[in-house]
Design a binder for this molecule. Structure first.
Ligand code: FES
Length: 197
């Protein structure tokens, strides 16, 4: 009888130990699951659309904002820049923007909603460097027929002032136009287009 009493006691202790271990185990399983399921506040902020006031931009100016951890450029093109764009078509890989590098509303000669305002993700389509803004016409290092655009210092890719890639450079695709729309004449929201794409 005494042995039975000890066995019973032992069994209860074991049962309790298993229950506690089970609860702890469940806790360890549940926490990472919840953590991976719910996006962190930081991730939500990083992915959120960004509102940009362009009211102070002068012709030829560029500003950079961050969206989803990426640089997004906004360029206010000059009338001369817009006139030059169609003259470059022969030198470009995808002048009509046939590749999926922009929403449908930016699949046009200027790759933009309003001709003067260009919005691009500032990441080279070759290996991801950030190209430089080079609006200077006939720049000494880029050639007498340079009409302004973007130059990637990593391997020499060139893009025009609509983000269209030139032929004969390593980058395979035009720069990406992110989803965006106008909240007013002078405010753009980047990262959201109300499903217009
Ligand atoms: S990363 Fe731009 S040319 Fe290679």
């Amino acid at each position: 009888m005494a042995t039975e009493g000890v066995d019973l006691k032992k069994r209860r202790m074991l049962t309790n130990a298993v229950t506690v271990a089970g609860a702890v185990g469940a806790g360890f399983v549940a926490v990472p699951f919840l953590a991976s399921w719910a996006p962190s506040e930081r991730a939500k902020t990083a992915g959120a659309p960004v509102e940009v006031d362009i009211s102070k931009m002068q012709d030829g100016a560029m500003m950079t904002v961050e969206w989803q951890g990426k640089p997004v450029w906004i360029v206010k093109r000059t009338a001369r820049n817009l006139e030059d764009l169609p003259t470059l078509n022969e030198q470009l890989r995808d002048p009509a923007s046939e590749n999926e590098q922009q929403p449908d509303y930016a699949r046009n000669g200027d790759r933009s909603i309003k001709p003067q305002i260009l919005v691009l993700v500032g990441i080279c389509t070759h290996l991801g460097c950030s190209p430089s803004y080079r609006p200077d016409l006939a720049a000494a290092d880029l050639g007498a027929d340079w009409k302004g655009g973007f130059f990637c210092p990593c391997h020499g890719s060139r893009f025009d002032l609509a983000g269209r890639v030139y032929q004969g450079v390593p980058a395979p695709l035009n720069l990406e136009v992110p989803p965006h729309r106008y909240l007013s004449d002078t405010t753009i929201i980047i990262g959201e287009d109300g499903g217009a794409a």
